[in-house]
Design a protein around this ligand. Structure first.
Ligand SMILES: NCCCCC[C@@H](C[SeH])C(=O)O
Ligand SMILES: [Zn+2]
Ligand SMILES: [Zn+2]
Length: 305
């Protein structure tokens, strides 16, 4: 039997069509926001999910596809939007989240790189900006958070090239600009990556603990316990520096320092058997695991604020 739309990976063009179709089919709940454009002048579209007109509601942010080869990431953003629209009335978790928070979803933060993995090099990670003799900046090293210290490279040919300066790239600048403007309403920042099955929180640019470390640790622990209980899969969790590696200039650390005190990086399936080439048949389980974790964290944020 043919798998459904949400159990397949989609080209950039298909995702742009999905964005337009989803907004058209749900005009009262879904708005398209143009955040800016990529280096190659592709639009950076985010969807804003608003399920009621309650005044001065808070919001959460999910970005996907910052790293081009991590195809399960955009697949999750599409999965999340579809699940929210389809299950809002039936699922109490989803409805209590969406009753309390608007959700900004950026399905493909790095469209040039994503397109490049479909046409030319499946293993591409960075964006496609041209520096002197190499292409691409690692957008997750380009934010203004201890920028270009240990865990990033100042070499343009490196896969962790930090860029010429913080927010040198149109993609990271567009996201940073949006979050700066909305920092008082966005309470939860989530950025979706693959692979290695981890739930990470600040800091990754230092081994120092974040001021609400215990809160973040408890929330990650609870989310990981839910994944284990419902999907029998194990995820690691903890601060980025200790749990994965030192990584400065990251969007999560930057959002945290901006004042978004609940900030998490997800590393989705798997642990290396397929890695970035996770087969489409794994999309439902990988996305359901991420979904229950996102719900758990979002509900805790609502509880605490
Ligand atoms: N903000 C850094 C979080 C930890 C590293 C995350 C991974 C995802 Se592929 C990376 O950017 O190397
Ligand atoms: Zn990544
Ligand atoms: Zn990764």
């Amino acid at each position: 039997s043919g798998s459904t739309f949400y159990e397949r990976y989609h080209s950039l063009g298909d995702i742009y069509h999905w964005i337009n179709r989803t907004a058209q089919e749900n005009p009262d709940k879904v708005k398209i926001i143009l955040l800016g454009s990529s280096y190659e002048k592709r639009p950076l579209y985010a969807l804003k999910l608003t399920f009621n007109d309650r005044p001065n509601k808070k919001a959460m942010w999910i970005d996907c596809g910052i790293h081009a080869r991590e195809w399960i990431s955009p697949a999750f953003c599409l999965w999340f939007v579809q699940h929210s629209l389809a299950f809002y009335t039936f699922n109490s978790d989803i409805s209590s989240i969406l009753d309390n928070m608007d959700v900004y979803v950026l399905p493909v933060m790095n469209p040039d790189g994503y397109h490049y993995t479909w046409t030319t090099n499946r293993m591409w990670r960075k964006n496609r900006s041209v520096s002197n003799n190499c292409i691409g900046v690692d957008l997750n090293r380009n934010f203004d958070a201890n920028w270009c210290t240990e865990g990033a490279s100042d070499q343009p040919c490196s896969d962790i090239y930090c860029g010429a300066f913080p927010e040198s790239e149109p993609e990271s600048e567009a996201v940073a600009n949006f979050l700066r403007i909305h920092k008082d309403t966005v309470q939860l920042y989530l950025t979706i990556h693959s692979y290695s099955q981890m739930l990470l929180f600040p800091y990754s640019y230092t081994f120092d603990e974040a001021e609400n470390h215990n809160d973040l640790l408890e929330m990650a622990q609870e989310a990981v316990q839910k994944i284990r209980r419902y999907y029998h899969n194990s995820y690691k969790y903890g601060s980025g520096a200790k749990t994965i590696y030192l990584a400065p200039g990251g969007s999560d650390d930057w959002a945290y320092n901006l004042g978004i005190k609940y900030s998490f990086t997800f590393e989705l399936q798997d642990r290396g058997r397929y890695g970035f080439l996770l087969p489409p048949s794994y999309i439902p389980k990988a996305c359901n695991e991420a979904l229950i974790a996102v719900k758990t964290i979002a509900l805790k944020v609502i509880e605490k604020t």
